[in-house]
Design a protein around this ligand. Structure first.
Ligand code: FAD
Length: 497
């Protein structure tokens, strides 16, 4: 590895070992859990995996790296922050250069404070999302962020990616739920911004800038989140809709009749549900063969279940009368509601079991979704006959996972290798033409850097570059992610598995 070989970095590794203790700066053994992306598509090589235990150690690690990089400009040292490594855009794993350290936040996992009167909870960045939900629940409150990776993603990673999930419709995404942050900057200073305030107009909003910056502007070490009263009733229904325009009409009707109680509205295409039926036969997917799409509708209410049930039933009855719903089942127990959600959450895994595929995480105005799907399905089929559209997502907030699976009998890996670029171009051009976004909730990472360059306005890109330069002049933090820089080297990309 030319002049900057491993021994060259030995003094830095020795300092990191001193900071974290020898057992928590790893350079040998099986590091694949930190080096491979969660979809198993790429693997990089870490200079070391560094696992600090608290904020002060994070700050000292960053300071040591910043000093080393300042003394050896061009050595390619970078820090890749990592939470649960469930991100889907290759942002949390090192490249192939062997010069990036993975800074794992997993050991910073304490619940620092629950303030039930202020309806806030302060958590360290490595706290697992499900733990946060359980902790709020024990206090009789609701931690409103929820996504299928909740058992392994961390709240720091959720903020770094501005995660969305299944309840954005009612509670917003991670940014909307965050009131304050503690952040280690690229120079190793600590910003103590852990406020629990709902009003605070004191200068530029650094919190909102750091949320969604994917580890490129600072390292989130803790955060204060909003909590909500736990609803007295949480109900869900599973329905079949005759078409996508009908699903959009049903959404409008549900907004009207359920108001703020409508917490989730998920769409699942027949092909997608067919994959769950095939790969998770024990889940007994209801009604999936009865129409082109099913929807999962979640309703919560602060009134008792008997009242809430009446409201939801009335809404479903008017939808049946309108024709935008052909059939529906209500979950009649908590266990059945959980099964409905497990089916929805098994969609990505079922797709993976079916084979490699081309994923898209797009957002559109809800009013444009049906037109987009109709014309883009057609365009894709005209380009590659027989490909299978696995469409599902959070229709309630206009976010679709518009995924493309190889035609039956075609080698999936080869299909992805041969067609990914063409398929992406068709999909993203169509999304942008309808005023949408090519990355709704997963972020940019290293997977979508070129698309950001292509589709974002030059003015916006210029501001982003200026912010990066001001906050991380050495390009130490997550280099090569989000923004294309002169420091991004194509020869050092992770290798495809
Ligand atoms: C089955 C499945 C379902 C999913 N469903 C959804 C969904 O519905 N909605 C959604 O939005 N996402 C979803 N995701 C994607 C993923 O779970 C989210 O992006 C999640 O927020 C990532 O959290 P993490 O802790 O795993 O972060 P990681 O994957 O470790 O990191 C993600 C990014 O954040 C940076 N980062 C991590 N921690 C920090 C930190 N403390 N400070 C600064 N930067 C940091 C990393 O460098 C990287 O760029 C899903 C993933 C899977 C596997």
């Amino acid at each position: 590895m030319n002049t900057f070989s491993l021994p060259f970095f030995s003094p830095l590794i020795a300092s990191l070992r001193e900071i974290t203790g020898p057992d928590h700066t790893l350079t040998h053994g099986d590091l694949s859990a930190w080096q491979q992306d969660c979809r198993g598509r790429t693997a990089g090589v870490a200079l070391a995996v560094v696992r600090p235990a608290h904020t002060d150690q994070v700050a000292r690690v960053v300071r040591a790296c910043a000093l080393f990089l300042a003394q050896h400009p061009g050595c390619g040292l970078g820090i890749v922050p990592q939470g649960g490594n469930t991100g889907l855009v290759q942002g949390s794993t090192p490249d192939g250069s062997g010069r990036q350290i993975v800074l794992s936040l997993q050991r910073l996992n304490a619940v620092r404070h629950v303030d039930t009167a202020n309806l806030t909870m302060t958590l360290e960045a490595g706290c697992i999302l499900q733990t946060a939900q359980e902790c709020a629940d024990q206090a009789g409150l609701l931690f409103a962020l929820s996504l299928a990776a909740k058992g392994s993603c961390t709240v720091g990673g959720n903020l770094a990616t501005n995660a969305g999930g299944t309840q954005v419709l009612r509670y917003g995404n991670a940014r909307d739920l965050c009131l304050g942050l503690e952040v280690v900057t690229a120079s190793g200073d600590t910003w103590h911004g852990l406020r629990g305030l709902r009003k605070d107009n004191t200068g530029y909003d650094l919190r909102d800038l750091l949320v969604g910056s994917e580890g490129t502007l600072g390292i989130i070490t803790a955060a204060t989140f909003k909590l909500y009263p736990r609803p007295a009733s949480q109900l869900c229904a599973w329905g079949v809709v005759p078409s996508l325009p009908a699903a959009v009409r049903l959404l409008g009707l549900a907004h009207q009749q359920l108001g703020a109680g409508l917490t989730g509205f998920e769409l699942m295409g027949q092909l997608a549900l067919g994959l769950v039926a095939r790969h998770f036969a024990d889940l007994n997917v209801p009604l999936w063969q009865d129409g082109p799409y099913c929807v999962l509708l979640a309703y919560s209410d602060h009134r008792p279940e008997s009242v809430a049930l009446g409201v939801l039933l009335e809404c479903l009855e008017s939808a049946l009368a309108d024709g935008c719903l052909s059939n529906a089942v209500m979950a009649n127990s908590l266990a059945q509601a959980e099964t409905f959600w497990r089916i929805r959450e098994s969609l990505p895994a079922a797709q993976t079991r079916e084979g490699q595929n081309i994923k898209h995480d797009i957002a559109l105005p809800v009013s444009q979704v049906a037109q987009f799907v109709q014309t883009t399905d057609q365009r894709l089929q005209q380009t590659i006959a027989g490909l299978r559209m696995v469409t599902f997502g959070h229709l309630g907030d206009g976010n679709l996972h518009y995924n493309v699976q190889a035609p039956m009998g075609v080698d999936a890996c080869q299909f992805v290798l041969n067609h990914e670029e063409t398929v992406n171009r068709i999909v993203f051009d169509a999304v942008m033409a309808l005023g949408g976004s090519f990355s709704a909730e997963h972020g940019i990472g290293s997977l979508r850097v070129l698309q950001l360059q292509r589709y974002q306005s030059p003015v916006a890109l210029g501001m982003m570059q200026a912010i990066k330069k001001a906050l991380d002049p050495l390009h130490l933090l997550n280099p090569g992610r989000v923004l294309l820089t002169s420091h991004s080297s194509h020869s050092s990309h992770s290798s495809y598995l």
